[in-house]
Design a binder for this molecule. Sequence first.
Ligand SMILES: Cc1cc2nc3c(=O)[nH]c(=O)nc-3n(C[C@H](O)[C@H](O)[C@H](O)COP(=O)(O)OP(=O)(O)OC[C@H]3O[C@@H](n4cnc5c(N)ncnc54)[C@H](O)[C@@H]3O)c2cc1C
Length: 533
Amino acid sequence: MNTYDFIIVGGGSAGCVLAERLSACGKHQVCLLEAGPKDKHWSIHLPLGVIELMKSKTLNWQLNSHPEKTQNGRKIFNPRGKTLGGSSSINAMLYTRGQKEDYDHWSELGNDGWSYDEVLPYFKSTQHQERGESEYHGVNGGLNVAESRSKPPINEDFFLAAKEAGFPLNDDFNGKTQEGIGYYQVTQKNGLRCSAAKAFLTPNLDRSNLTVLTEVLVEKIEINNQQATGVLYKKNGIHYQVHANKEVILSAGAFNSPQILMLSGIGDKEVLNEHGIEMIHDLKGVGKNLQDHVDILVVTHHHRTDLLSFRPKAIWWAIKEGLKFVKNKTGLLTSVVAESGGFIKSSPSIKRPDLQLHFIPAAMDDHGRNLKLLFNYGIALHVCLLRPKSRGQVSLYGNNSTLHPKIELNMLNHPDDIKTMVKGVKIARDIFSKSPLVENNGHEIFPGTNCQSDQEIHEFLKNKSNTIYHPVGTCKMGSDDMAVVDSELKVHGIGKLRVIDASIMPTLISGNTNAPTIMIAAKIADSILAEHS
Ligand SMILES: Cc1cc2nc3c(=O)[nH]c(=O)nc-3n(C[C@H](O)[C@H](O)[C@H](O)COP(=O)(O)OP(=O)(O)OC[C@H]3O[C@@H](n4cnc5c(N)ncnc54)[C@H](O)[C@@H]3O)c2cc1C
C-alpha cells in the first residue's frame, strides 16, 4: 500500500502521540515514517542506559552545531533521538511542563487556544500521574509519571545546602508553583523508561490502520499546486513515494523539520537559492528563531563515596545499588542521573524563576563523555537559562537529505543572557558553599578558583557552556512575517501540511520540553480529527 490518509514524518515525542490518536477511531489509514530503528536496545529501556545513549551512533543523530562565534568557535554537541520515541527514547526522563506564563505568552502573541488554561487539559489527558488525580494531574494518559526510584543520599545534602542558600523546597514542579528545589518526577514505569513510543505507540502497533516504517529517511515532501500530496523517502538506497489523501504531518523535531521543509522548497528564498533548490514557497521564517537552554556545569571534588564514580568505594556502592534492580526494580540502574534540581530566580526582585538547576552526583563534564573526570569523587550542578533572548537558526549544508542540518545556536549572543548566566554560576557556587555540602567538598574543578570576576566567568561560559537539549522555535507558530505555521499548526501558504513538534513553540518554555511537545501533539490531534470527521 502506498496511499494513506495521514503520513507522519518522524516517530518521536510528537509523532508517537499523533500516530496513536489519529489511528484510534479506525477510520483513517495512518503511516508513521521513522529514520531510526525500532526501540529494542536495552539502553533505551534501562534508565541508566542514558549514559550509553549519549555515545550511540545508531540511536542518536549525534548532531553538532556549526562553530559557534559566541562560544569561542566550539561545535556544540546536540544529541537527538533516532529511533521510535525519538528524543524521548534517549532523554533524561524528567517530567516538567514549564510555567503558566509561558503558555499565556503564546496566547498573547495571538495564538488562539494556547493559554495555560487551554493546554492544561492536554497535559493531564496524556499523563498517568502515579501520585493520583488532582487539579494539575491526570491519571488516564499513557505517559507514566513516577517518583524516581533512585535517590542517592547526596541529594538530601543538596536540598539542605540550597535551603541554606535561601531557596524554597518544592515537591511538585508541575503543581501550583514551579519555584523551588526538590526531586524531579520521571517518565518511567516500574523502573523502566516510559518513552513516547512506550506510552502511546507500542500498545497500539496491532491496529490494522496503522503502518509504522522504521529505518526510512524522508527526503522531501511532494507538493502539487501548493498542496502537500505525499512524501519521498529512502530505504536501503532505494527511493519510495507514499501519497497522503488528507494531510502530511512533519514531526521530525526542531532541527530536522525545518531541514525537510527547505529540502522540499519551502523556506527562505536566499537559503534555497544558495543550494539550488527549486522554490515552491518563500517562507522566510523556516529554520529561524532557534532557541535553546544554554547550560553550564559547576563541578567540585567531593569526599562522599556513594557517588557515581570509577573510584573503588563508589564502584562497591554502585554494585550494591545495582542489585536492588534485580530485587525490586529500584536503585542506581533506574537513575536518570539528574534526580533533583529545581527552578530558581537569579534575583529575588524578579517575578518568576529564570534559571533551572539539575544536580548530578558525579564529577560530570562534556555531557558525561569525559570519563577521565569520573575517576574522581565529585558533584556537579547544571545551571541553565530558562527564557533566553539569544536566537539562532537552522539552515542547510546542501541539497541532500543525508547531510546533517546546519545548526547555529548562537547562544550567549544577547548580553542579558550572559548576565543571568554569570549570576547562575555564582548561585551554584553559593549553594556548594553551604552546609552540609561544604564540609565534604574538595577543591573546585569548574570554573576553578582562578575564575572570579564577571569577565572571567563570561570567558568560562564561552569555553564550557553547552545546550541542555531543548531546541525549539524553528517552525514557529504565529501570524507575523517570520511565522511558519498558524495556531492550528498548518504551514502558511501550503495546503494539507502541518508541522507538529517542538519546533512550533514561538518561545521556549521554562522547563524540559518532552511533556510540552506531547501536549502540543495531543491538542492538535483533536483539531485534525474534528476537521476530518
Ligand atoms: C539527551 C536529551 C535529554 C533530554 N532530557 C529531557 C528531559 O529529561 N525531560 C524533557 O522533558 N525533555 C528532555 N529532552 C528534550 C525532549 O526529549 C525533546 O524536546 C522532545 O523529545 C522533542 O520531541 P519532538 O517530537 O519535537 O522531536 P523528537 O522526539 O526528536 O522526534 C523527531 C523524530 O523524527 C525523526 N526524524 C528526523 N528526521 C527524519 C527524517 N528525515 N526521516 C524520518 N524520520 C526523521 C527522528 O529520528 C526522531 O525520531 C531531552 C532531549 C535530549 C536529546
